[in-house]
Write a protein that binds this ligand. Structure first.
Ligand code: 3HC
Length: 278
């Protein structure tokens, strides 16, 4: 998601600093950026010059201090509250006091993150969808602590990037995931109960529901670890059993079968597809 978001911002003409935890992750991020823009070049959606400009506007580093001059920071680390809190404490120390700090969380409380900083009025949620360069929706989340105008300014920025912002309250799963994940979880439960096969459930929703992907293909794209984390967060808040994660999802995550990014989830992928999906 980090690489996808960096690409979106750079395509919008903004100078971007991409921070990763170590050199290996940074190299993977660079590979993702090159892969995604390379695909657009091949399809004639970008010229070589435009591609070069997009890549040149993104400076990659492992040093948080590089964020000192940024107006807006978008965090996209894994969906674990303690980890996000640690990152925001660090960002709070390094970034300008007037910088807006945003989380790309899928389902965690933005308020929980905001209160760990000394600038809760400047904390918002900016939730992109996967793959970020393609999906048009961005949910913009304000909390009871967010200052007037911050959500509207971020929504304007999102609009300027060619995306469609919707403004959402700070509730687990916001709007899209709250509705989507009940459906995805039910598909997993259906498979588990022998109601229908994986391929037939996917076909039913793709062909019959007019969706670009069936639920299992989509869960593999999102990442089964993320799916589990999102469901757990929504279930914890809603106690709605439609969001109690289907055991098969937990089983696959425990086994390290996380979907396209690991080469196997509900489906198996060859190495090239797995790398392309990262
Ligand atoms: N990165 C960048 N671009 C990509 C991409 C990627 N990973 N995957 C596909 N694309 C681009 C292609 O280059 C192509 O661009 P073009 O039209 O300009 O040539 C376009 O997307 C269509 O790609 P393809 O023709 O290869 O394949 P499809 O037509 O099957 O589209 C898809 C692929 C866009 C992924 C489509 O299947 C889709 O929209 N799937 C549903 C995705 C979805 O629902 N995402 C939301 C998940 S929920 C979420 O993210 C929330 C989070 O909190 C969990």
């Amino acid at each position: 998601m980090g690489a996808g978001i960096a690409e979106v911002l750079s395509r919008g003409g903004l100078a971007v600093v991409g921070i990763e935890i170590n050199q290996e992750a940074l190299d993977r991020g660079r590979g993702n950026l090159e892969g995604s823009t390379g695909r657009a070049l091949k399809r004639g959606r970008l010229t070589e010059e435009a591609r070069r400009e997009i890549l040149d506007r993104i400076a990659l580093s492992t040093d948080f201090a590089e964020l000192a001059g940024c107006d807006l920071v978008i965090e996209a680390v894994p969906e674990r509250l303690e980890l996000k809190r640690r990152v925001f404490e660090q960002l709070d120390r390094v970034c300008r006091p007037d910088a807006v700090l945003a989380t790309n969380t899928s389902s965690l409380s933005v308020t929980d993150i905001a209160v760990t900083t000394n600038r809760p009025a400047k904390i918002v949620g900016v939730h992109f969808f996967n793959p970020a360069p393609v999906m048009k929706l961005v949910e913009v989340i304000g909390t009871v602590l967010t200052e007037d105008g911050a959500v509207a300014r971020v929504a304007d920025l999102v609009r300027g990037l060619g995306k469609t912002p919707v403004t959402v309250g700070d509730r687990a799963g916001f709007v899209a995931n709250r509705l989507l994940f009940g459906y995805l979880n039910q598909a997993a439960a259906m498979l588990e109960s022998g109601h229908a096969t994986r391929d037939d459930i996917d076909a039913a929703m793709k062909v019959g529901g007019g969706l670009p992907m069936g639920p299992f293909t989509l869960m593999d794209l999102i990442g089964l670890d993320t799916c589990l984390e999102v469901l757990e967060a929504i279930y914890q808040e809603s106690r709605d059993r439609r969001h109690a994660p289907a055991p098969v999802l937990r089983e696959l995550v425990t086994a390290g079968l996380l979907g396209r990014k690991t080469g196997r989830g509900f489906y198996s992928y060859d190495k090239t597809a797995a790398q392309a999906a990262q």
